[in-house]
Design a protein around this ligand. Structure first.
Ligand code: FRU
Length: 496
């Protein structure tokens, strides 16, 4: 049985049947079925490649994972490529997350986790995760004979072989390195461990890069490790976070550690973790560096706990965030949509000094496909206390954002968006008291991404059930003055 071939045939047959209007306009969705983590985000021979955790046969996660594949020449217009990897080897039942680089010989090298899972006769499940390689030309990929290249025997005793996954590989001065997610079998806490290799085949364990020393998760998944200027940044997606700190989304959250790394000793010293996105739906981010030196991140735009909430009639489920450029300002990791977004602007409106003492709608400031920025500041001789904006509104359904200057809290409320009541629907975050508040909204058919104060904070959420014709916007900010910049966006359907 050729699993990969069957899958390619299946996705080709079913993916095309989904009308463009039933997909996001400028966010990526799977060809058919379910998507989770971004994988193998890289530039290879001048083309951007992004792979994804993929179950084409249903709209739920399944351990028999595959790698779906898109390519793009500008990070805006994408094309569905045929699926790249399927679990077709004796050592794997699922092809889990991983990453990609251009190898020394010029080939596209994928490093992924082979997830092995078997039900034994007495009801006991045998689970094991090992790290593997596949090599390709940007279109076809072949798994290496020597797989797995990192397995149980390369793992220190205190790491659990059942939770050992998501290698992020990079090449530095001719040596290969990989950070891999692991779990301490004694403390049951998440950690990221480091490996090095001269040939990508034989790897040696270099130590713990960072670990949960408190209540920051029972397993850390999908680590990424990179530098921006003189800072090194580790990001992790954490499972089972137990804290009442509102900056860390309870349950599943994504952290960034900003610090310094000594590549000679492999040691990493970092400050307090920052919550990477404080909204509802953001997990497993992965980044790459563009040829012009920008660090671009894409994340799975879904909270893992909402995995069972696909609307019934939908044939696909799961999206990626719009690509974000990340930067460090005063030690804070900031995120903003990549500047290429301008390619999608069709109609732009700039309005200054608008007042909205009661809830107000403004002409030409509406739409469902939007890149909108509002700057709120005080009106002459007046003081303002609250700013509130409803978007994707039809009066009955909407998402509401409120900034309370009095205590510096930002509240995003999607209770009227129609998502299941069992999912988190209000987020309240302390972003500090400011006289000027700036928020940017990227609004698509099934999602919103909010960037606050030039990307210092982001809050992302899905709105799968919010009617597509809900495209009203209203504002209220007594005593304030608002400058609004609105760009209507055109759709960039993914090509087949
Ligand atoms: C994160 C994750 C990864 C794993 C993949 C499996 O969402 O659990 O750790 O590799 O999904 O689909």
């Amino acid at each position: 049985m050729d699993r990969l071939h069957d899958l390619q045939k299946y996705e080709d047959e079913h993916g095309r049947k989904i009308a463009d209007e039933n997909r996001p306009a400028f966010h990526l969705s799977p060809q058919i079925g379910w998507l989770n983590d971004p994988n193998g985000f890289s530039q290879y021979k001048g083309i951007y490649h992004l792979f994804y955790q993929y179950n084409p046969y249903g709209t739920r996660w399944d351990y028999r994972m595959n790698w779906g594949h898109w390519t793009s020449s500008d990070l805006i217009h994408w094309k569905f490529e045929k699926a790249a990897l399927a679990p077709d080897q004796p050592y794997e039942d699922g092809v889990f997350s991983g990453s990609a680089i251009t190898d020394k010989d010029g080939s596209h090298l994928l490093m992924y986790t082979a997830h092995y899972e078997k039900e034994e006769i007495c009801g006991q499940t045998i689970r094991r995760e090992t790290q593997c390689l596949a090599r390709g030309d940007g279109e076809n990929y072949i798994k290496l004979e020597g797989n797995p290249v990192i397995d149980e025997k390369d793992l220190p005793d205190y790491c659990d072989e059942r939770d050992f996954r998501d290698p992020k590989i990079w090449l530095e001065d001719g040596t290969y390195y990989a950070v891999i997610a692991a779990r301490n079998r004694h403390t049951k806490k998440g950690m990221v461990i480091l490996y090095a290799s001269e040939d990508a085949r034989k790897w040696s364990y270099k130590g713990i890069l960072e670990e949960n020393k408190g209540a920051l998760g029972t397993m850390w998944e999908c680590p990424d490790f990179f530098s921006i200027k003189d800072k090194n940044i580790l990001t992790v997606a954490a499972m089972g976070v137990r804290t009442d700190n509102p900056v860390y989304r309870n349950g599943f959250t994504t952290f960034a550690f900003v610090g310094e790394y000594d590549s000679k000793t492999g040691s990493f010293t970092a400050g307090e973790p920052q919550g990477l996105d404080l909204g509802f739906d953001f997990y497993a981010p992965q980044s790459m560096e563009t040829a012009d030196g920008r660090r671009i991140l894409v994340a799975w735009m879904q909270a893992p706990e909402s995995g069972g909430s696909c609307p019934e009639e939908m044939k696909w489920f799961g999206m990626m965030t719009f690509p974000r450029e990340i930067s460090i300002r005063k030690g804070i990791l900031c995120q903003n949509p990549i500047e290429e977004i301008r390619e999608l602007y069709v109609d732009s409106v700039f309005q200054k000094k608008l007042a909205a003492d009661a809830e107000t709608e403004f002409e030409a400031i509406n739409g469902r496909l939007l890149d909108l920025t509002v700057t709120v500041h005080e009106r002459e001789d007046q003081n303002w206390e609250n700013f509130s904006m409803k978007f994707a509104s039809n009066g009955k359904n909407y998402v509401r954002l409120t900034y309370r200057k009095t205590d510096g809290h930002l509240i995003v409320d999607r209770r009227k968006a129609g998502r299941s009541a069992s999912l988190c629907d209000v987020r309240e975050v302390d972003i500090g008291k400011r006289d000027t508040f700036k928020v940017r909204l990227l609004l698509d058919r099934f999602s919103f991404e909010l960037f606050v104060n030039d990307g210092e904070k982001s809050l992302t959420g899905t709105i799968y059930e919010l009617p597509l014709d809900a495209e009203g916007l209203s504002f209220e900010a007594a005593g304030a003055e608002m400058d609004i910049e609105k760009h209507a966006m055109k759709a960039a359907p993914v090509a087949f």
